[in-house]
Structures are given as C-alpha cells and as structure tokens.
Design a protein around this ligand. Sequence first.
Ligand code: GDP
Length: 475
Amino acid sequence: ENDLAQPVEVPKDKLLGDLLPTGFEENSCLSRYQSLLYRRGVPQKVSPYLISKLRSYEARHKKCGPYTNLYNKTVEDLKSGRYSSTPDCKYIVWISFSGLGNRILTLASAFLYALLTDRVLLVDRGIDIPDLFCEPFPEVSWLLPLDFPLTNEFNSFNQKSHQSYGNMLKSNSTASALQPYIYLHLVHDYDDQDKLFFCDQDQMYMQKIPWMVMKSDNYFIPSLFLMPSFEQELHSLFPDKETVFHLLGRYLFHPANSVWGLISRYYEAYLSEADVIAGIQIRVFDVEPGPFKHILDQILSCTVREKILPQISQQERPVHPSTRQKRVAVLMTSLSPGYFEQVRDLYWENPTVTGEMITVFQPSHEGYQQTEKHNHNRKAWAEMYLLSLTDKLVTSSWSTFGYVAQGLGGLKPWILYKPENNTAPDPPCRQAMSMEPCFHAPPFYDCKSKRGVDTGAVVAHVRHCEDMSWGLKLV
Ligand code: GDP
C-alpha cells in the first residue's frame, strides 16, 4: 500500500466561516479550499454583517459585472460622454500599477471602497493579474473587459491629468456639468486637492459619478476610518479593526493554480515536517546590491533576542540519531541569496544551545525587481503566501511584500528597523502592534476645520506605524 495515495481530507470549514461564497468549481481554483490544509490556525472571527455585505456585493457584481445588460448600458453612456444621474450600476475601476505587494494592498483598498459606496469593482488585468489570482466573485468575472473604452489611457493617467479629481477642482470644472467618469489619483505623489478624496463633502460629489478610475500604490484604508460618513458602517463590518486586510485578503486573493503549484510543492517539500516554521523577509532599499554585514548582524540579533532562533553554542554536543530533535524550518525571502547562505552556514557550522535543528532555505533569488515578467511575479506571490504560512515572522520596514504576508497570515511580525548609515539599529526590531499594513502617504488634514492635523492622533484605532513615523495603520 502506498501512503501517498490516501485521499487528502479537506476540512469542513472550507468556506472560512462563510467568508467565502459557494458556487465555485473546485478544480478551477485549488487554493480556494486547499489553503486550509497549510494554515496553522483558523482565520480571525468574521462579523455576520461583513458576511451579509459580501453576499450583497456578489449579487450586485452579478447584476452589473462585465457584459451584463446594465454594464453594456453604462459603458455606452461613457463612450458617448453622456452623464446619467441615475445609473443602475456604478463602478470603480482599479488600474494595475506598481509592484505586486502594492497591487494587492490597493486592490483590497479599492474593494472596501466599493463595498462602502455601493460600487462594482472591475480589475484592469495589467500584465498578469489573471495569471496570479483566481476569480473571487462567483459567476461573473472581476476582470475589466479588454474593449473597455478608457483602457488605452490608463498608462498616461498621472498627477497632471485634467480628468483627475484634484485637477478638476483646480480648474473649477466640478462646478459645471457632471461627467460620466473621473480619474482618482491616489499615488504617493498626489497633492492636497487629490487628497480631498478623503473628505465627506467631496465624496458627496463623487457619489454621483458612474465611473471612477483609480490608480494608487498605497494601502489607503486607514484614512477611510477617519471619515465620519463611513465610521458606523466600518465599525459594523470590522468590530476588530486590525482584521480588515486579513479578512478582505482571505476573501479576495486566491492564488491561481500555477502559483498554487509553486506554493504547495514548496510547502510539502520544505515546511510540512517542521515543528516550528519561522519566516524572514529581507527587503533592502539600497542602491548597492549587498549583502551587507550590518544587515546580517541585524537579522541575527533580532531573531536571537526575540527567541525566534536559538543561540549558537561554542560547545560541540553529540547528536543522538535515535532521539528526535526539535526542528525549526527557516523560510527566508530576498532578492539576493547572500543572507540566507550565511544564516544557513552559521547553523550548520555550529550547534545550538537548545539542541534544536535549524534548516534554512530560500525559494528564489531573482536579483532585482522584474514586475513585467510572468514567472517573476508568480514567484513573488508564492513567496508572500509561503511567508504567511509561518508561525513567527520577521519582516523588513517599509515593504508591502511583508505587509501582505503578515496580513494574510494574521501575524504580528517583528519588523526590522531601517538601518541608518550602514549600521544595524539598536534595538534591531520590534513586534508590530497589529497585523495591518501601513498607509505610507496619508493626508494630514482635517476636512471640517480645513486645517492640518495629526491624523495619527485622532482616534485610538488609527495610529502611526512602527516602521514609518508619518504612516498610518489600524490597530
Ligand atoms: P515592496 O517594494 O517591498 O513594497 O513590495 P512590492 O511587492 O510592491 O515590490 C517589490 C517587488 O520586487 C516584488 O513584487 C517582487 O517582484 C520583487 N521582490 C522583492 N523582494 C522579493 C523577494 O523576496 N522574492 C521575490 N521573488 N521577489 C521579490
């Protein structure tokens, strides 16, 4: 008999406590139900209100999604520049922009905005979105049709575009006849007018516009929590504020089968036998390629100090092959192989004081960011996902790659502080307050008094980030 041939049992709670909808064909997206096999620990509690909101979103998506009659009708209006004050369906179009970690965070942000404003989310496929993710909504696709009339303009939309909300305000065109669409520029270089997106009054104007086309590279959800008009709704959807990205992420982002192959093969081969899995995500924002000694020192001092890895011992101690030692698998990710090789060698060349066996490995070392390449992004997604399956996670400051891993995994990582002047900071790292991503470019403006304000000090659940003092995160 062959052990391997035994059927794998899929746990009963396949729908993650009704977070996920029914009605999918299982083989089209293996990760949707199989991910439970690898996740230690269940997802955070889901509020019944969020579940009902998701089901009504799915109904709206089915009614208004690509090539439905109502979609065709609103697209016709858009083509002919006709404004309809009572469209049956309103949309937010998400433009594929920036690195994969950033894209995942902005997609979750756009979806929450769609939930809050009764819009339908349509996704520009960019180079490879359908190659990376399964469809999250049953029956009708989330992908923006290729013949969408504005697609050719997506690349040229920027801070200067006259169709942007900020520039419309400046030219006073929000006062004249309403348009069938506006462009929302929420990229880090946005200006004070663009930032008025986060004011209730401006939202009242936007509410009337059938098509919104959005470009962003920021997780802007924390600032939505500061808007009085969304406050009650957000509170009902997420009684536990730090689970916003975790739950939206588990709902939306299911690795496509090709990526799931990368994840499941790696997990089975390298991680499944370990007693403890530690993840270490190294992202160095430096022009020099490295590896740098001060970063290796920082990794080691953080992991040993926080008891993620044991100290090495100067004393040889015999290993008894008959007694099973505790095994710690260390999954490292980085664009370069240098750090992983040195950590691996250290734990081969030296015993540990606890006697634990440390295996260290890294799936890829791609050298540099290659966002336009399919296999590169598949690996990046697989690695973020594998990091999310660890028990203890160490991440790098400022990296959205790490934020995605911590959020999906429901983990509070230890964040390595950003080194200054080529020295490892002391302390080398600290544990995050919450599993939420950081909004790197939030507005500091009070819409009511029309004055600057410290938006990280307004409510208890929106705070400045651990890794970026001006950023905002939910806690
Ligand atoms: P951020 O720049 O760290 O915020 O993360 P992004 O995901 O937005 O952009 C970085 C991109 O560089 C990723 O999407 C990958 O393409 C690549 N990259 C960075 N670190 C890694 C890594 O550890 N592994 C792999 N495979 N790719 C990486």
